[in-house]
Design a protein around this ligand. Structure first.
Ligand code: FES
Length: 103
């Protein structure tokens, strides 16, 4: 599938996140101080939308359902009951547009 236009950078200010549907994938875009990240938008524990959760310390996304946590850069599950990592997607920004690479 390749590189897909996801969102205008202006629509994702630093400190925010937004769920988008790209090629049948639910993707969560997160803009923090260290950059823009794209992870699977569904928690690996019980398929809850992570967009309803919150970011902790600028580095982890917390699931709103049971409090599982994932590293926003690597997708790694870092807090129980989440044990399976989230899929992550390469992000690039060109001319203030966010692109996500989906295979
Ligand atoms: S659904 Fe996310 S931790 Fe349970």
């Amino acid at each position: 599938m390749g590189k897909i236009k996801a969102l205008e950078l202006a629509d994702l200010p630093q400190g925010s996140m937004k769920e988008v549907e790209l090629e049948d994938e639910t993707v969560l875009l997160i803009h923090e101080k260290q950059g823009v990240f794209a992870v699977c938008g569904m928690c690996t524990h019980a398929q809850v939308h992570l967009a309803g959760g919150w970011i902790e310390d600028g580095v982890t996304i917390c699931c709103p359902q049971h409090g599982g946590k994932f590293d926003i850069a690597t997708g790694k599950a870092v807090a129980f009951p989440a044990v399976t990592s989230l899929e992550t997607y390469p992000v690039s920004i060109e001319n203030d547009v966010i692109f996500v690479e989906i295979e």
